[in-house]
Design a protein around this ligand. Structure first.
Ligand SMILES: [Fe+2]
Ligand SMILES: [Fe+2]
Length: 341
C-alpha cells in the first residue's frame, strides 16, 4: 500500500499530466462512435450520422485554436474514414454509451470532453473588481488577517513569477467550493431538505476554478518542487477548510470571500505586468477561447481579464453566503446565485 502511494506521488511529480491517461506527443485521435447522434451548440440533439473524433493533441496544446484548425480537421476526416470502415468501434457499445458528435456554431467539431458548449459563457468583465468587504466583527477580522498572513509566504516564494503564482492559487481556490458543496449535499441528505441551489452553486464555483487551473497549466509548466508544494498544500488546506466549514460555515465563506479579493489583486498585478511588457502577451490557449467564448485571436491579457472577473463573482457569492448566515439564516433560505459568472 505504502509502495503504491509512493509510486503514485512519484508519477504525479514526474509526469503531471498522467491524469489524461494518454501520451501528449502522439496526436492520436480518439475515435469512438457508435450511435448516430449529433449535438448542436445549443445542446439540442438531432438524429444523424455519427462519429466521435477528438483531437487530444490540441487539448494538450497551448497554441491558439486557429493555428490548430487545419490538423484538427484533417484528423477528424481520418477518424470519419476509420469509423466508416467499422474499425474503430469501442467495446462500450455494449452498454449503449456513446459520445455524440458535438459541434460549434460554425460547424466545427467540439474538441473537449472536460466541458461542453452549454457550459461555456461570456464573462461579465464589467463587474467591480475593487469592491471590498470591510471587516466588521471578530470573525471577519480573523478571516481577513488569516488571508493576508497567508499571502506573505506566497508572495515571497513566487515574487514576479505571475503565471506560477496564479497556477498555484487556482489549486487552492478550487477546494472550498467542493468542500462546501459536499457538506451541504450531506446536510441535505441528513435533514431531508432542499439546499436552495447552494450545492450546485458551490460546485459550479469549484468547477470554474478548476477550469482556471486547466487554462493556467497550458501557459505554465509547473516544476517538480511546485507539484510537491501543491500536494502538501492540498493535503493541509482541504482538511483545514473542511474543519472550518463544519465548525463555522459563515467564517469559511468569509475567508473565501477575502481569498477571492486577494486573487483579484494578484490577477490585477498580472495584467499590469502584461501591459508593461514584463510578461509577453502570448496567444490565448485554445481551451480558454472555447470556455469563455473568446475571439480566436484572443491573447493572454483577455484570458487574465476574464479570470479576474470570475474571481470577482466568487468574491461576491462567498461574502453573500457569509452575510446570510451572519443574519442568523441558513443558506437554503436565500436563493443561490446559480450560473453567476
Ligand atoms: Fe480562479
Ligand atoms: Fe475564485
Amino acid at each position: 500500500m505504502n509502495r503504491f502511494v509512493v509510486r503514485s506521488v512519484k508519477q504525479c511529480l514526474v509526469n503531471g499530466r498522467s491524469y489524461y491517461g494518454i501520451s501528449t506527443g502522439g496526436g492520436a485521435a480518439y475515435g469512438s462512435a457508435l450511435v448516430g447522434r449529433s449535438v448542436e451548440l445549443s445542446g439540442q440533439r438531432n438524429g444523424g450520422v455519427a462519429f466521435g473524433g477528438f483531437e487530444w493533441r490540441r487539448m494538450m496544446s497551448s497554441a491558439p485554436a486557429s493555428s490548430e484548425k487545419a490538423p484538427l480537421e484533417r484528423k477528424e476526416k481520418e477518424t470519419v474514414a476509420e469509423d466508416s470502415k467499422g474499425k474503430d468501434v469501442v467495446a462500450s457499445s455494449y452498454w449503449g454509451i456513446s459520445r455524440p458528435t458535438i459541434t460549434r456554431e460554425d460547424g466545427t467539431v467540439w474538441p473537449w470532453n472536460c466541458f461542453m458548449p452549454w457550459e461555456t459563457y461570456k464573462a461579465d468583465v464589467s463587474i467591480d473588481v475593487k469592491k471590498h468587504h470591510v471587516p466588521q466583527n471578530f470573525m471577519d477580522k480573523l478571516a481577513y488577517r488569516t488571508v493576508k498572513f497567508l499571502r506573505v509566504p506566497m508572495d515571497m516564494f513566487f515574487q514576479r513569477r505571475y503565471g506560477c503564482h496564479a497556477m498555484m492559487l487556482e489549486t487552492i481556490a478550487a477546494v472550498p467550493g467542493m468542500v462546501g458543496g459536499m457538506l451541504l449535499h450531506l446536510k441535505s441528505l441528513r435533514k431531508f431538505q432542499h439546499s436552495g441551489g447552494w450545492i450546485k452553486a458551490l460546485l459550479e464555483e469549484a468547477e470554474n476554478e478548476r477550469m482556471h487551473l486547466m487554462t493556467m497549466v497550458e501557459l505554465v509548466q509547473p516544476k517538480w518542487y511546485e507539484r510537491l508544494l501543491v500536494l502538501a498544500a492540498q493535503g493541509v488546506y482541504f482538511n483545514a477548510f473542511f474543519l472550518v466549514y463544519v465548525t463555522s460555515p459563515k467564517l469559511a465563506h468569509r475567508f473565501v470571500g477575502y481569498l477571492e479579493e486577494e486573487a483579484i489583486i494578484s490577477y490585477t498585478e498580472y495584467l499590469e505586468a502584461i501591459e508593461s511588457g514584463e510578461v509577453k502577451n502570448v496567444p490565448a490557449p485554445a481551451i480558454a477561447i472555447d470556455y469563455w467564448r473568446l475571439p480566436k485571436d484572443a491573447t493572454l491579457k483577455d484570458v487574465i481579464t476574464v479570470i479576474r472577473a470570475d474571481e470577482a463573482h466568487h468574491r461576491d457569492v462567498n461574502h453573500f453566503a457569509s452575510d446570510i448566515q451572519f443574519q442568523g439564516k441558513e443558506l437554503r433560505e436565500a436563493p443561490a446565485p446559480l450560473g453567476y459568472h
